[in-house]
Design a binder for this molecule. Structure first.
Ligand code: NI
Length: 396
């Protein structure tokens, strides 16, 4: 039997165990930076496999090392551990037991898949020239994100990691498939907080005041000029104001209005320019209205850019494991963001999607929906593709 086929068959035999692990994690979800029980559970599983395990890395993170039979390169597999502050609405025996907390982004599945890869690779360690580092990080969902803290804690050193792979469930692709893309895959996401400062007064005498509500309305419109008039139409940018707060009563002009929004871009050059564009629009509009402003611009996750060579390797691995028809190529990046991008600013790697589309008859819930669920047949599929990519990277 070809070795790739053997890896796929071995992965299938792990399915029940991976489902059990995923369901345990699903029942007991924990939110960002609070993944204590999750970290303990993961480290126990890895210790039972006989791996060298480091716990409490950057808080609740777990790192394990699996050495091959010969010295060589190091590749990392990364899983995120956090759940979301949402009430699970599923009616399943594995529904969340923690009120108001739910694995509604599939991070439970990512952990099970990477544990599955550890179980598989353990069987093939004599074929590995080098080692695999398993990185379970806290807080993907909460900027500044767990990845940057894991990097600060040194997870990419000792031994130094030369490539990294990350996987995310995707309910829009069928089970048995993965989806890949070279270059930009996810956007940079920045947080904007704006305060428009006027001077309050009577609603019947606006000329005696500076109205921050009318000013804020102009600012919101003005910010849309960034996408429509300032940036090349062939480039991508999103400026969304998602929160506006100000005012007490219908006939009072307030003193201040606060706005909050997100900026998404797909290149770091454009990312650097947008802040300046926002500032100019704020300056111009507030000065025309006689108001003042304060701008707080926070750079959250950078653009996630997949490395060409590593993505080619994962693509080849997927073709060999899942076949041509189940190796999907993403045409476009997503404007969502991911702190996996932080690792890729240091070392090359690839981030791929795992098809988890539920059964035909079920409704597909998007990520972060309180009914989010996955088809668990995907767990061994993810484990097999990641393991085979690792074995190809570390082949003798
Ligand atoms: Ni996620």
């Amino acid at each position: 039997m070809f070795l790739s086929k053997e890896v796929k068959v071995s992965a299938e035999t792990l399915k029940d165990r991976l489902v059990e692990i995923r369901r345990h994690l699903h029942r007991y979800p924990e939110t960002a930076f609070e993944e204590e029980k999750t970290g303990e559970y993961i480290s126990t599983l890895l210790e039972e496999l006989g791996l060298e395990v480091k716990k409490n890395v950057a808080g609740t993170g777990v790192v394990a090392l699996l050495k091959g039979s010969e010295e060589g390169k190091t590749i990392a597999l990364r899983a995120d551990m956090d759940a979301l502050p949402l009430q699970d609405v599923k009616d399943a025996d594995y529904s969340s037991r923690h009120p108001g907390v739910c694995h509604a982004c599939g991070h439970d599945a990512h952990m099970a898949v990477v544990i599955g890869a550890a179980m598989l690779l353990l069987k093939y360690r004599d074929r590995m020239k080098g080692q695999v580092k398993f990185i379970f990080q806290p807080a993907e969902e909460k900027p500044p994100g767990g990845a940057s803290f894991m990097i600060e804690a040194g997870v990419l050193n000792h031994p130094s990691v030369e490539a990294i792979l990350g996987i995310h469930t995707n309910p829009y692709f069928p089970v048995g498939s993965v989806a890949l893309k070279k270059g930009p895959v996810m956007a940079a996401a920045d947080l904007v907080k704006i305060k428009i400062i006027g001077s309050g007064g009577h609603g019947a005498a606006p000329h005696q005041t500076v109205d921050p509500i009318v000013t804020a309305a102009q600012v919101i419109q003005g910010l849309q000029l960034i996408a429509s008039r300032r940036v090349d139409p062939l480039e991508s940018v999103v400026v969304t104001i998602g929160k506006i707060q100000g005012g007490e009563k219908f006939n009072i002009i307030p003193r201040e209005v606060e706005l909050e929004g997100t900026v998404r871009t797909l290149t770091s050059d454009l990312r650097d320019q947008v802040k300046g564009m926002i500032e100019k629009i704020l300056e111009g509009i507030t000065s025309a209205c006689g108001a003042q402003y304060e701008l707080e611009y926070t750079r959250n996750y950078p653009v996630l850019v997949n490395d060409n060579t590593i993505t080619d390797l994962v693509e080849a691995a997927s073709r060999e494991i899942l076949g041509e028809e189940n190796t999907l190529l993403l045409e476009k990046p997503l404007m969502g963001s991911e702190d996996f991008a932080n690792y890729l600013e240091h070392i090359p790697g690839s981030y791929l999607f795992l098809g988890v589309r539920p059964e035909e008859k079920k409704i597909i819930y998007p990520w972060h929906h309180p009914g989010y669920d996955i088809n668990e047949e995907a767990l061994p599929v993810g484990a097999a593709v990641l393991s085979w990519a690792v074995l190809k990277f570390l082949q003798k």
